[in-house]
Design a protein around this ligand. Sequence first.
Ligand SMILES: [Zn+2]
Ligand SMILES: [Zn+2]
Length: 377
Amino acid sequence: MSKRDAYEVLGVARDSSQDEIKKAYRKLAMQYHPDRNPGDTVAEENFKEAAQAYSVLADSEKRATYDRFGYDGLRGEGFGGFSGFNSTIFADFEDILGDFFSFGFGDLFGSRSRRRPGGPAQGRDLVLQMEITLDEAASGMEKEIKINRSRHCAECRGTGVKPGTQRSTCPQCQGRGQVRYQQGFFAVAKACSQCGGSGRIITTPCEACQGRGKQREKKSFKINVPAGVDTGMKLRVEGEGDAGDEGGPPGDLYVAIRVKSHKYFSRENNNLFCQAIISFPRAAMGTKLEIPTFEGREILTVPTGTQSGEVLKIKGKGLRNVSNHRKGDLFVRIEVGTPRNMSKKQKQILRAFAESQGENLDEAEKGGISRVKNLFR
Ligand SMILES: [Zn+2]
Ligand SMILES: [Zn+2]
């Protein structure tokens, strides 16, 4: 299934209201509905795409996650691909079109596993922001994090039912989870309002959780932040999100990384960049330069005749690539410092130096002009 931007799919602005989103989806759903376009696979694809986009944008929490992380952020909620395409879309669709088009919709998406009577839904994913220093990103480390999430009630193991008792069949739908009736030409199915589509209701709720099946929990644990992480990367901690409904599997926890800027080093992927100022005599005659890296001090050899703006490379002293562990390089841009407030004697020496290379400092400079380019990157 294509992963076109959800806003683009519905043709709405990123800041559009829930009402505008609903309207846009309704229009597309009416246009592409398979009942109106029998055998038209393009229409069917468009229809599914719109339904998926709507299922994200209609839910304010999902929408916020999507705005920050795209469909990646929603992977745990069944957006990994068509196979994981979850059936809450079916419910969204019923909500929005009323009963008019629900006919035939179940076939389009295959099984409605998450709304099947007794079929437990996966819990919500949690997203946590984490700020680290460049030093920490370079070495990797263990970080303690604290989250507040829901867990299954230990008493009833998430079922919400008092231990030793069971849910009973919903009297309104006789356990089918749906109420069906005929409306003109269409056979209409609607999720049962009493049991919410599960087909069963709790008559003796668990006392520990009042039948919710979940309890809030504050948890702190250590996570391993690998060397080389960068701003925008997300660490996924499987199964540490909110608890699922009715004993269903938990969602995942995502830790979104932001690396603070550093006093000396800037970063591009796994390479580091810094600048060093050396005196004119050192630049002219060559020198050794001490550079503090994340792995201790490095001695950089500055060759004879190094120009201001020249970039020297210290191989392998950048950051480690998170996935292939290859090391980046450290680039040092040399800046030649011009002496200020020279003594009379220093001026004489410099004048003599200029004359020794045939230069008359009292005449205007003519030959030195050239095109500027950025020598750093
Ligand atoms: Zn309970
Ligand atoms: Zn029912």
